[in-house]
Design a protein around this ligand. Sequence first.
Ligand code: NAI
Length: 506
Amino acid sequence: MAIDLSKPDLIVAVFGAGTMGRGIAQVSAQAGLTTLLFDSTDGAVKTAIAAIDRGLEGLVAKERMTAAAKQDVLNRLNSINSLDEAKGAGIVIEAIVEDLKVKRELFRELEKRLSADAVLATNTSSLSVTEIAAGCEKPGRVGGLHFFNPPPLMRLVEVIGGLRSDPTVVPALVGFVKRINKHPIVATDTPGFVVNHAGRAYGPEALRIVSQGIASAREVDLLMKEAAGFRMGPFELLDLVGGDVAHAVMVSIFEQYFDDPIYQPSANMAVRVAGGLLGRKSKQGFYSYEKPETSGPATVAVSTQAIPKSVWIADEDGGRDLAQWLSVAGVKSELGGKPASSGPCFVTPLGEDASSACVRLNLEPARTVAVDMFGRFSGRRTLMTTPLTHAETLGAAFAALSDDKTPATVIKDSPGFVVQRMLAMIVNVGTRIAELRIAAPADIDTAVELGLNYPKGPLAFGDALGGAQVLTVLDGIFAITHDPKYRATTWLRRRAKLGISLLAPD
Ligand code: NAI
């Protein structure tokens, strides 16, 4: 069997004219390919083509497309009413209901009608390509083409080979994706492929932080946006995607990896979903979409004190940079040695909570405040208290660190603060995808940048933060919590120890 999707007169048949199918059909027709569109629901294709028409009309109005070019696209889009009419297609892309039985049934029926070298591609997000293919007489011609919503705007397409796919299927699909002006990355047939797997840190870790009472949803969102540079906070994203959809993905990946704790979903999220707090679509999620502004304050109330004249800082990683930050407010710092008998003491732990750092350094917890210096992020600072930190100490520390108008957030004691935990987990899950050989290291980063819109891919993020630093954070959290979800991957540990890039292949 020789698969060839480069023929100039290749015909594409898209099955399912819903959210994804209509977008995929539009992309295909816009790339100059004759495209057939089928749906089992009466009138669905007509509705889809009308929606595509309106979308293209918007481009014409913005002068990003000519009226003639729009007409050409519409002329290449053909509605079909039976499976028989797809017989000339060189590739079928199914975007029908996410149901194994129904997808297998469709492919079995199509197999009987298509030529022997036609490819059957599935847009499934959560099913196994190999399992769908196993229902076919010739599983060799089945592969995965995982588009992202909305297909006309999202450049990434994951290409997945099933275990029994013919060796020519994946290269042919990669060529096809380029032909329709998208960016392909190749992934193995594993739960969530790359993008939905890589996304298992941002939401779940943020949910853990909030459910442990360390910070509010809004505080976490602000820290991730203003300090770590993400475009959307994890709770804004959960509200946008929809709690029900997001929770279902968390549960599906956790179960498919046989309850590996690293992917553990949130029990609190299950209650929110059951209660209908789904986010934008139900007008109430972590934020309210009913009234314009109901979000809480950006940090817990802090009774700001006078800026202290001098403070003590532990002479550890980040200590010198913290002294620099404080000098802007005119605060003199004493770095290391024995603290003076009064005044705030600052610690800058990595992966350790403020209480443990206090005990390790023999400091008075009432006088101690921890500051997150990870990545030296200065768009929003994090101050962390011990359960015994005096309100006056916190107020003085807050005054000193926000004197230059930099916003600051106060959180409860947590190994790894908020940003350290979040970023270390993103890097750890990214290195896990590399370790499981799901995709090439550079492709993991590209997939995350294009599919999740993170400022950097997880491996490049790890390199920018320093592999050894990320490892210290994870080992620190693990040492305190004994929670296996924080165990660092061997991919990360090895590269951190060798001092090489997390993108370095074996
Ligand atoms: P949708 O519900 O918007 O559209 C599905 C369409 O398929 C409906 O119009 C339905 O009438 C039609 N359909 C159902 N059974 C059919 C059959 N046997 N033959 C022909 N048409 C049939 O669903 P959506 O969101 O477009 O998802 C489609 C597929 O794409 C699913 O496998 C989903 O997991 C996957 N996907 C969805 C993404 C999303 O963000 N919505 C992203 C990436 C993949």
